[in-house]
Structure formats: C-alpha cells, structure tokens
Design a protein around this ligand. Structure first.
Ligand code: PRP
Ligand code: URA
Length: 217
C-alpha cells in the first residue's frame, strides 16, 4: 500500500505492481469483451477489498491453539458492513462476501445525470444498526465525487461516524479525491489507480468508460 505526494492524506492506492498494471490495461481496453471485463475487474476488486480490510482497526485477541499454547492475536474491533452505490457498486459485493462471510450489505441508488454529471439520490436501504458499524463504501468509479457525496450524506444522517467509513474504488480522478478530502478528511479512501483528470463530460481520462455499462449492460 502506498501513499503518494500527489494524493490527499486520507487516500491510499494499491501498489503499482506489474500484475495490477496488466489487469488495469485489460479493463481499460475498449476491445475487451464484457466477460473479460467482469473477470478482470473482479480480480482488481478482490485486491481492493483485501487492502480495504487492512484499514479497519483491530483489538488484541488471545486464543489457544491446537497445541494448547496461548496465542496473542488480533480481531476486528467492531462490526462491519458494506454499502454499495448502485448500479456499479453492486459489482463489488461478491468480493466483499468472499472476504467477510455473511457480511451485511446496504444499498444506495445514486445516478449521475448524463448531461450535467449531477448526482441524484433515488433510494437507500441500510442495516438498522449501521451507526454501530464500520462501513466499507463500494463504488468502482470516483469522478467528480458527486455520487459518493450523496451516499455519504445518507450514511452520516443515519449516525455513521466519518472516521468509520472506508471508501473503496477501482479508478479515481484527482478532482474527486480532492473534493472527498475537503469534505470528509476523516474518511479513508482506498483506490486501485489515480488517473490524469476529468474530461468535459466529467468522465475519467484515460479511464475505462462507463463501468456500470461495461459490467452489467
Ligand atoms: C458512475 C459510477 C459512480 C459515478 C461516479 O455511476 O459508478 O457512481 O458514476 O461519478 P461521480 O464521481 O462524478 O459522481 P452512474 O451514475 O453512471 O451510474 P451506474 O452505476 O448505473 O453506471
Ligand atoms: N462513471 C463512470 O462509470 N466512468 C467515468 O469515467 C465517470 C463516472
């Protein structure tokens, strides 16, 4: 995991390994089929979820091993849940379930206006006790940050503490990361890759196009 001089202090990105670069190359390629897009973005998402879990606090936990010896280990400090920002965030749910068996998952439906890029909240269904949980917020794309802001507003209104949110995304734009830090400096962001900029339609450049369309449509 690395921070960089170009990243805000609350943002972390996956290390730029050959493997990650190869996976990113496949999902960015406009000639990649839908089946391959799903397979390879799922692999990146699994890496992200594994890294995101490293940002949840742990407490000391003593257990006894099969040899009868005590072992001073750790366990997660509190309850955890996922919240996916639909539609695209749903693509990240299965990786979270693979890592945290029977994890609770809430959903927030936010859509960007195709013309203006403005994000609108349509629906939210969250675990009743979400205010007691750490939240892994799931959305593969962070562009302007508008969609994430709508979703985070809902979480905060339900009593979730900002510093108990870890936002996971595959690809982010510097503009979105900056906005997130200015509005929510205590929330952590774990991103797969930081791209150059946004274009005039608020798409990430070089980007990969519309993640939701490529994964689900
Ligand atoms: C995409 C993406 C994010 C959002 C990012 O969703 O999944 O939610 O755009 O852009 P922003 O940071 O500028 O808000 P979109 O609204 O296209 O819906 P989808 O998930 O149905 O594809
Ligand atoms: N949402 C996407 O799916 N792609 C972008 O480039 C920006 C927002």
């Amino acid at each position: 995991m690395s921070t960089s001089e170009n990243l805000p202090p609350n943002a972390y990105r996956l290390p730029r390994s050959n493997q990650l670069e190869g996976l990113m190359t496949i999902i960015r390629d406009k000639n990649t089929s839908r089946g391959e897009f799903i397979f390879y973005s799922d692999r990146i998402i699994r890496l992200l979820v594994e890294e995101g879990l490293n940002h949840l606090p742990t407490l000391p936990k003593q257990i006894t091993t099969e040899t009868g010896e005590d072992y001073d280990g750790v366990g997660f400090e509190g309850k955890v849940c996922g919240v996916s920002i639909l539609r695209a965030g749903e693509a990240m749910e299965s990786a979270l379930r693979e890592c945290l068996r029977s994890v609770r998952i809430g959903k927030v439906l936010v859509q960007r206006n195709e013309e203006t890029g403005e994000a609108r909240l349509y629906y939210a269904k969250l675990p009743e006790d979400i205010h007691e949980r750490f939240v892994l917020l799931l959305d593969p794309m962070l562009a302007t940050g508008g969609s994430a802001i709508r979703a985070i507003e809902v979480l905060l209104s339900k009593g979730v503490k900002q510093d108990k949110i870890v936002f996971l995304n595959v690809l982010s734009a510097p503009e979105g990361l900056k906005v997130m830090y200015e509005k929510y400096p205590k929330m952590k962001i774990v991103t797969g890759w930081v791209d150059r900029k946004l274009d005039e339609r608020n798409y990430i450049v070089p980007g990969l196009g519309d993640f939701g369309d490529r994964y689900f449509a």
